[in-house]
Design a binder for this molecule. Structure first.
Ligand code: DI6
Ligand code: FE
Length: 417
């Protein structure tokens, strides 16, 4: 045990830390402490994987630590959180991407049996090993740019067997990825071909067989659904959410991406963790989210890829104090983007979010969107020491550079990931 700091006032019970970080600046992202919650010339003390002290270096109390490290003037932020991804899938949809560039719409391709269904076919055919390997590779890319928590949805199986295969792949990654993963069951993602014209019967399957099995095996932290004219109605998703509620599982929703289907209102009615996309959400929908305390998760990668022109109601969301998160939505159809940093830059240029809103959107508010705000999302005493260390001069650079990885190091629970 090393004693680094003078003992003041003859204290007998000094704090005992595992690691002290000094010569650094922090963007704590604590709300109401300015846009980034900046502390310059700061120090951070870590014990048992948690932040046990954070503040100005000059105020650091006396204590002893096993290890002390100088950060050389670097910036620390909460580790990034990607709160909406579809990372587990096989194949890709670059051919469909070309069709869209030639004029076909996303809805036309979906109605012709392509779209989500083409990824479902590839994913059903893929082995569990291949899915694990390809998903792990995508997770590595996110981790390399500072993500320590990633949400992953199922939803490219659309039958019990394959949905379980996807959720088990996610569970395997929880044990081996070295970062945290939240698992979401998205059985109501699309109507599988074998249920064409029988969407209600597919919803029966989701509610009566899939959800109970997923719950019994404890494979999901939350339940998601896709509310859209090419997917499921408010009424059908209401049944899925009732079942989720009866099993004690929180819900979230793909809402109002291509049209205003009342998705935000539906999400709010069920106290959803988040409503995601929201390009076509009305003022009424925003009010409902505000009243429910749900997070608005904006997905600029999908907006960009689909050539969407209708922006989510950012001014209204700000006005009603709805927390805004942003996420990659990494998926092979509408958001082939495996970079949360690039997503931050896109959110500034496409949705006019400020760099501070973008950083809050991938830290504090993304943690709320996953129900993890007690533990993650800001740098505060008691939270898990998930910390990204950056070679930057100011945190606004995190939404400014595109394709430049400024990450010097990622700590997960106080250890280098
Ligand atoms: N997220 C989704 O789940 C759908 N759109 C989106 O942004 C469809 C994804 C896909 O086409 O595979
Ligand atoms: Fe999505």
């Amino acid at each position: 045990m090393l004693r680094f700091f003078a003992i003041h006032g003859g204290a007998t019970c000094l704090p005992d830390w595992d690691l002290i970080l000094t010569e650094l600046n922090v963007a704590t992202m604590v709300e109401d402490c300015g846009p980034y919650g900046v502390i310059e010339n700061a120090a951070v003390a870590i014990a048992n994987g948690r932040i046990s002290w954070i503040g100005a270096r000059a105020d650091l109390p006396a204590g002893s630590a096993t290890e002390s490290r100088s950060m050389g003037g670097r910036w620390l932020t909460p580790a990034l959180i990607d709160c909406h991804t579809h990372l587990v899938f096989a194949g890709n949809r670059s051919a469909e991407f070309e069709q869209r560039l030639a004029g076909a719409s996303y809805e036309e391709i979906a109605r012709a049996g392509g779209g989500i269904m083409s990824t479902v076919n590839a994913t059903r055919a893929a082995s569990a090993d291949l899915l694990l390997e390809q998903t792990a590779a995508r997770l590595d890319i996110l981790r390399a740019e500072g993500c320590a928590t990633v949400e992953i949805k199922s939803g490219y199986g659309l039958n019990l067997q394959t949905e379980l295969k996807l959720l088990e792949t996610i569970r395997a990654l929880k044990n081996q990825a070295g970062i945290s993963i939240s698992s979401t069951f998205l059985g109501a993602h699309a109507i599988p071909v074998e249920f064409r014209g029988k969407a209600d019967e597919y919803i029966d399957l989701v509610c009566d067989e899939m959800l109970p099995a997923v719950h019994e095996k404890q494979l999901a932290d939350a339940v998601d659904a896709y509310c859209e004219s090419i997917a499921f109605s408010v009424k059908q998703i209401g049944r899925v959410f009732e079942t989720a509620r009866s099993l004690g599982l929180p819900v979230k929703l793909h809402a109002d991406q291509l049209s205003d289907c009342g998705g935000a209102e539906l999400a709010a009615e069920f106290g959803a963790l988040s409503a995601d996309h929201l390009e076509y959400t009305s003022a009424k929908g925003v009010d409902a989210l505000a009243a429910a305390g749900s997070v608005a998760v904006l997905l600029p990668g999908a907006f960009l890829t689909l050539g969407e022109t209708e922006c989510p109601p950012v001014a209204l969301l700000r006005d009603r104090n709805v927390p805004i998160a942003i996420a990659t939505d990494c998926n092979p159809g509408t958001s082939p983007i495996c970079s949360l940093r690039t997503t931050m830059a896109l959110a500034t240029s496409l949705f006019r979010l400020t760099p501070a809103e973008c950083l809050a959107g991938v830290t504090r508010n993304a943690a709320v969107a996953l129900g993890l705000e007690q533990d993650r999302g800001t740098l505060e005493t008691g939270k898990r020491a998930d910390i990204a260390i950056w070679d930057i001069g100011h945190p606004q650079e995190l939404s400014y550079w595109i394709g430049k990885n400024d990450l010097a190091e990622l700590l997960v629970a106080g250890r280098t990931a």
